[in-house]
Design a protein around this ligand. Structure first.
Ligand SMILES: O=C(O)C1=C[C@@H](OP(=O)(O)O)[C@@H](O)[C@H](O)C1
Ligand SMILES: C=C(OP(=O)(O)O)C(=O)O
Length: 429
């Protein structure tokens, strides 16, 4: 795809449904007894892979209409006939490993080239400590579950995928499963467990958060309405901030405080952002966010904020390229084990576009100024790198092309259409 500068972005669009909440709605629906009706499910490649996997694990899965799905659970998962292919999705693979571990069944987990490189020991090791038998450290791996005992686990990397996998396994473990988080990670699993009739105990203290779940609880199917994804909304909002004369509103964006670190950081950079019509949807606060072209300044992003904006660093780095001064993003080592090594991918891409960037082992620093663009960027098959660099191309001096842009469909299949609707010039290269 190629992004060409020169157009002003104007208009109102609806944020696409949240990916994290969509995966969880399908998985909890499969674990529950009875019907779960999902409204506004994200129909992206990652989420569709999870839908196929829960169907292979015995749940009834039907698409009733656009974004409207029915999952009929049996209150347990059953032996799949073949390998579960989670495609590009770390969330799907890791949460389902936890869910499957609770049952006396065997499943092989597989994924694409990127997912097969990502570390699975962070989930496999604690699941082994609970009693699951797991062969392999990366996908493809085979897991045999059942007869679990609860453990207490320190979630040092603030990974919501690890926490969620252990809580889902803990539903069918003897005793109380405990996850200790020095820095809280997104809490969609805890919130949704409550909606499905299971309770978790959440305790906050000065040294972090502890989440406890007592084994043996059963889930009942329910209705889930998926709020808009702040991680996806970030791309059109960023484009408006850096493109002179622009003003864009994204409707229905989830405002869960464990997801909004980017908006706080942009506010500190001087971004003209307003949030209106705060309301509730699907157990989450949502609102409409308006971004207007802004004179941004560089900031130091505090390390403790990383978990609340972990997928947003690539697009933050793009906005930092247009800001006056230096932006330092510290303690972001987790970015090296996402769909690509996002620190290295962004450092290379920004440098190719004429941006001053310094890469450290677990940090990235960007010094803003006029952005040349005019480069052909390798996305490394990473949807967030592809979208970030296309947004950069809209406000650079020269167009930017991005390879393997088809991967954008893993999280945001409507990206190009939504951006064009706001006036952006993004087209096949
Ligand atoms: O739980 C989730 O839905 C997610 C958690 C994060 O990963 P980690 O748990 O690896 O931090 C995030 O990067 C991912 O896109 C979605
Ligand atoms: C890291 C991401 O997703 P996942 O871990 O589910 O592949 C992402 O969407 O940026």
């Amino acid at each position: 795809m190629r992004a060409t500068p020169g157009r002003v972005l104007k208009g109102v669009a609806t944020a696409p449904p949240d990916k994290s909440v969509s995966h969880r709605a399908l998985i909890l629906g499969a674990l529950a007894r009875g019907e779960t009706l999902i409204d506004n499910l994200l129909e992206s490649e990652d989420v569709l892979a999870t839908a196929r996997a829960v169907q292979a694990l015995g749940a009834g899965v039907e698409r009733l209409g656009s974004g409207r799905w029915r999952v009929t659970g049996q209150g347990r998962l059953t032996q799949p006939d073949g390998p579960l292919d989670l495609g590009n999705s770390g969330t799907g693979a890791r949460l389902l490993m936890g869910a499957v571990a609770g049952f006396s069944i065997e499943a092989t987990f597989a994924g694409d080239e990127s997912l097969s490189r990502r570390p699975m020991g962070r989930v496999a090791d604690p699941l082994r400590a609970m009693g699951a038998r797991i062969e392999g450290e990366r996908l493809p791996l085979t897991l045999r579950g059942g007869d679990l005992k609860a453990i207490s686990h320190l979630n040092a990397a603030a990974s919501a995928q690890v926490k969620s996998a252990l809580l889902l396994a803990g539903l069918n473990a003897g005793g109380v499963t405990e996850v200790i988080e020095p820095r809280p990670s997104r809490d969609h699993t805890e919130r949704m467990l409550r909606a499905f009739g299971a309770s978790t105990e959440v305790r906050d203290a000065a040294d972090g958060r502890t989440v406890r779940l007592t084994g043996g609880q059963s889930l009942s199917g329910t209705a889930v309405s998926v709020p808009g994804d702040p991680s996806s909304a970030a791309f059109p909002l960023a484009a408006a901030l850096i493109t002179p004369g622009s003003e864009v509103t994204l409707r229905g964006v989830m405002l869960n405080p464990l997801r909004t670190g980017l908006f706080q950081t942009w506010a500190e950079m001087g971004a003209d952002l307003t949030i209106s019509d705060r309301r509730e949807a699907g157990g989450e606060e949502i609102g409409d966010i308006t971004a207007r072209a802004s004179r941004l300044k560089g900031v130091d992003v505090p390390a403790h904020r990383a978990a609340s904006m972990i997928d947003e660093y690539p697009i933050l780095a793009v906005t930092a390229a247009f800001a006056a001064g230096r932006t330092v993003m510290a303690s972001i080592g987790e970015l090296r084990v996402k769909e690509s090594d996002r620190i290295a991918a962004m450092a290379r891409a920004l440098a190719a576009c004429g941006v001053a960037v310094e890469e450290g082992p677990d940090q990235l620093a960007v010094t803003g100024g006029p952005v040349r663009g005019g480069a052909a960027i390798e996305s490394h098959g990473d949807h967030r790198i592809a979208m970030s660099l296309l947004v950069l191309g809209l406000a650079a001096r020269q167009p930017v092309t991005v390879d393997r842009a088809g991967m954008i469909a893993t999280s945001f299949p409507g990206f190009t259409g939504l951006m064009r609707g706001l006036g952006a010039d993004i087209a096949a290269a």
